[in-house]
Design a protein around this ligand. Structure first.
Ligand code: CO
Length: 215
């Protein structure tokens, strides 16, 4: 019980601290949100993006699932994406992976984990597509990190193929899509692919991935 009580105590302290600087902070945000970002990240407890980037409540719309997947059959993700793009009109959609991702690691092995195997099928597919490149990397740590990167790039690509992003781009050059990785070892974010804002950039992204298979 002591862990759950701690949440309430910390919440009161944080709210008191915010209101000390701006007594109207919560009242001003109660009836609207105008976030600039949609963040799609892993459910892993070590990736609390708001804490890591210092964004305030109201600045970032967030969707998290195991291994930051963007799947065309995931109604939860698609509903979040549609609302963020068509109603909130976010400028940026960020897919964020992280090193040490248990979902990616599970998908790289042969062991079966039950239900989650279905969820991880797309990562197994990415792993198979890049088998030659991964085999050439010297050690398991580098292979694992490269797969985390490739998984993010794949999900950015999947975003570009959604009707939601396609029709948004027909109306203009937003949202901009970005692929980034969080390194749980040092706490820092790394850029993988930035500013994908139309089909030309989307094709470039795909070519880069294909080239890395052969080269
Ligand atoms: Co993860």
């Amino acid at each position: 019980m002591e862990y759950i009580r701690r949440l309430f105590a910390q919440n009161r302290d944080i709210v008191a601290d915010i209101c000390k600087h701006d007594p109207e902070f919560f009242a001003k945000r109660a009836n609207k949100q105008e976030p600039h970002f949609l963040f799609i990240g892993c459910a892993d407890s070590r990736v609390p993006i708001e804490t890591l980037t210092g964004v305030a409540p109201g600045e970032m719309f967030v969707h998290r699932n195991i291994a930051n997947q963007v799947r065309s059959v995931d109604l939860n993700l698609l509903s979040v994406l549609q609302y963020a793009v068509e109603v909130l009109d976010v400028e940026h959609v960020i897919v964020c992976g992280h090193y040490g991702c248990g979902g990616v690691k599970a998908a790289m092995g042969d062991q079966s984990y039950g239900l989650v195997d279905h969820w991880l099928a797309g990562i197994r597919d990415t792993c198979a597509r890049h088998e030659m490149e991964l085999a050439r990397l010297g050690d398991d740590k580098r292979r694992f990190e490269r797969m985390v990167d490739l998984n993010v790039l794949r999900q950015v690509h999947n975003l570009t193929r959604t009707p939601i992003v396609q029709s948004a781009w027909k109306r203009g050059r937003r949202p901009m899509l970005h692929g980034i990785v969080y390194d749980i070892h040092d706490g820092l974010l790394k850029e993988l692919v930035m500013q994908v804002d139309g089909n030309d950039r989307a094709r470039e992204l795909l070519t880069t991935q294909r080239d890395s298979v052969g080269g």
